[in-house]
Design a protein around this ligand. Structure first.
Ligand SMILES: NC(=O)c1ccc[n+]([C@@H]2O[C@H](COP(=O)([O-])OP(=O)(O)OC[C@H]3O[C@@H](n4cnc5c(N)ncnc54)[C@H](O)[C@@H]3O)[C@@H](O)[C@H]2O)c1
Ligand SMILES: O=C(O)C(=O)C[C@@H](O)[C@H](O)[C@H](O)COP(=O)(O)O
Ligand SMILES: [Zn+2]
Length: 387
């Protein structure tokens, strides 16, 4: 990783005050720190965990921007470091790259008391977190999320894993990080497409159970994108919402499934587009999935049409795809979509579980949804999309 990092820590403003969101999970409790410029103090904060070495896992976009300065900061605090930069994109969440990350951590002599540090988006976080869960049957890890999606969602809660040809995230483990450091200034270098994708997961929290947060999103979303105080507020509010769910149901025996709102459809679309980030990224699948979940709820007579329209209008206003015909290269057939959904982790006794809504902020878990209900809804969605 040659050359000067574009966002060298040396050129940054002094460390800003952090908003702290606690995740009180007993002996695995940890803190999420949110703030502009937090990477500046990352060396001290990570060193305080007491490790002697850190294996930094990043990708080839994020590495040149932030990895060298993070490694130097850790080394200044006495940690030995090694850095691995992986190809960016969803296809990297695979068996092949899991092996590479595990071997890298072992070659770096990462012991159980040491750290894997995931520096990047959700792809790096899920993959490196899973490697940390299985190397030596579990080493500690730190999340340093650098996308909006990773800061508001994937870095929190301990779901780690990779994709399989059978479906999304089908191989993985629950493994909580020891610390999450979300420097919201890191989002200044993120593409607009990826900001939008992450924003879909922000909106999701409002739709699940916080209508006033959805109102706030409608009024303030431009500040989140522009990097105003709204950005830190959106990240912190999202983390608080997610932490509250994770603390009451860490392993998704119940309520945690609410965080899957929009994902039954979204994950099916990711599989159909073969995890090709050029066609569809996770947050875009979630945006379409949120709209479908609301329209499906409305079609079942559960949710007012006007709420479904409001969800779609807001996501479209923020530049996100909202319909099946917005998937570049096509969304597949109804049967292909149903086939992909059949591998969803919420399936029970062969029947689909959906997260549906009675309105904005009124989502609920709906088990036992008949495939025929979904089939006729998808047929209507696809035929409505035909020119
Ligand atoms: N574990 C969970 O609870 C959870 C939650 C939500 C999503 N996910 C997973 O997260 C993944 C998606 O994560 P993502 O949206 O962060 O995608 P990503 O990790 O692919 O990152 C998106 C792109 O942005 C680039 N990038 C990252 N940070 C950057 C920065 N600061 N500046 C410039 N470029 C930057 C990356 O290189 C990549 O090209 C999916 O695999 C999804 O399944 C997991
Ligand atoms: O943390 C959770 O729980 C979520 O469901 C958050 C989702 O945004 C995320 O995409 C998660 O990876 C999906 O989990 P999965 O169990 O459906 O694979
Ligand atoms: Zn998600």
């Amino acid at each position: 990783m040659g050359g000067l990092p574009v966002n060298s820590l040396a050129t940054r403003a002094p460390e800003a005050a952090a908003i702290t969101v606690p995740v009180p999970l007993g002996d695995r409790a940890y803190e999420i720190l949110v703030g502009r410029g937090l990477l500046q103090g990352a060396g001290a904060r990570i060193a305080a965990l007491g490790a002697r070495a850190a294996a930094i896992v990043t990708d080839e976009h994020v590495g040149p921007l932030y990895a060298r300065s993070l490694a130097e900061a850790l080394e200044r605090h006495g940690l030995r470091t090694a850095t691995l930069a992986l190809p960016p994109g969803e296809a990297t969440k695979s068996y092949a790259f899991l092996e590479k990350v595990c071997d890298f951590a072992l070659e770096a002599r990462i012991e159980r008391g040491d750290l894997v540090v995931a520096l990047g988006g959700g792809v790096v976080g899920d993959l490196a977190g899973f490697a940390a869960a299985v190397v030596r049957r579990g080493v500690r890890f730190v999340q340093v999320p650098t996308t909006l999606l990773a800061q508001v969602d994937s870095s929190v809660g301990g779901k780690t894993g990779i994709n399989s040809r059978h479906g999304k995230n089908l191989v993985g483990a629950f493994h909580q990080p020891s610390l999450v450091l979300a420097d919201t200034a890191a989002l200044d270098t993120l593409s607009l497409r990826e900001m939008r994708a992450g924003y879909a997961e922000v909106v999701k929290y409002g739709l699940i159970d916080d209508a006033s947060f959805f109102d706030w999103c409608e009024a303030r979303w431009r500040g989140v994108f522009a990097g105003g105080p709204e950005r830190d507020e959106a990240v912190a509010r999202s983390c608080r919402a997610k932490a509250a769910v994770v603390v009451r149901d860490e392993r998704e025996d119940g309520d945690r499934a609410l965080l899957n709102l929009g994902h039954t459809f979204g994950h099916a679309l990711e599989r159909i587009t073969r995890y090709d980030s050029a066609r569809l990224v996770h947050g875009e699948g979630v945006a379409i999935g949120l709209c479908l979940a609301f329209r499906f709820s409305a079609s079942l007579g559960l949710c007012p049409d006007r709420d479904a329209r409001r969800v779609e209008a807001h996501l479209a206003e923020a530049g996100l795809p909202t319909r099946l015909n917005h998937v570049p290269g096509g969304c597949g057939t109804v049967e292909e979509l149903l086939d992909a959904m059949a591998q969803d982790k919420k399936v029970k006794g062969g029947a689909l579980t959906f997260i549906l809504a009675r309105g904005i902020g009124k989502s609920f878990i709906a088990p036992g949804i008949a495939a025929d209900e979904v089939r006729s809804f998808l047929k209507k969605e696809i035929s409505a999309a035909q020119p």
